[in-house]
Design a protein around this ligand. Sequence first.
Ligand SMILES: C[S@@+](CC[C@H](N)C(=O)[O-])C[C@H]1O[C@@H](n2cnc3c(N)ncnc32)[C@H](O)[C@@H]1O
Length: 227
Amino acid sequence: MSLLDARLQAVLDLIPAGSTLLDIGTDHCKLPAEALRSGKIASAFAADINQGPLDAAKRQLLSLGLAGRIPLFLSDGLKSIPLEVLEQVTTVAVAGMGGEVMEQILKNAPLEPDLWVLQPMSAIYELMDYMAAEGYTVLAARLAQDGDKFYRVFQVQKTAIPYEADYFEALREDPLYLPYLQKEEARLQIALKGLQSAKTPDAKRIEETEKLLESVRKSYENRSGNL
Ligand SMILES: C[S@@+](CC[C@H](N)C(=O)[O-])C[C@H]1O[C@@H](n2cnc3c(N)ncnc32)[C@H](O)[C@@H]1O
């Protein structure tokens, strides 16, 4: 049985077969362990900023008969990963943390891997704006659903050619696209109401939320025009 839920499975789906994987913020090490166990990849490294998760990772690997197969590093992002390890890595996965933290991890990477696979839990549009401004091209994107929660996964590569972020375009062919847009529209409408009824309304955030709602609506129209 797989160790992965729908969210982490979507992350694994965007990791190319044969990658040498580095999983940042690995916690329980499920992603690299499953990638290795399934035979999708032959080599993996994992890191976390905290010792507790690394201890959990060690126990997990021991229980799976993978002790010593995935070297573990205590590191903030890629900062303390030895250079000789980074030179072997082809894909870096960063899943299950905030978009702001991911932005810092991208910014502070001492070496650029071939590919990043990112699954932000929050500040997704801000991360997309950052990636667009810095030229991280989105090569593939996925949605995953767990109960009533949706998760977005991005496979990106730094080309350093800036572009304007299109928040939904890369998901058009995803089977979860429509339910995701509906959920996002409802969420943004609630957020907008909250912002508008605040004692001192934040004009900038209201404008940003309105823009996002407009973008969701346009995506519906484009989608129906395509049916
Ligand atoms: C919620 S867990 C996610 C675990 C796993 N990646 C997943 O998606 O299920 C987030 C992990 O990221 C680690 N973390 C947070 N910031 C980090 C950073 N800057 N560098 C490395 N690890 C970080 C935390 O210690 C924690 O173990």
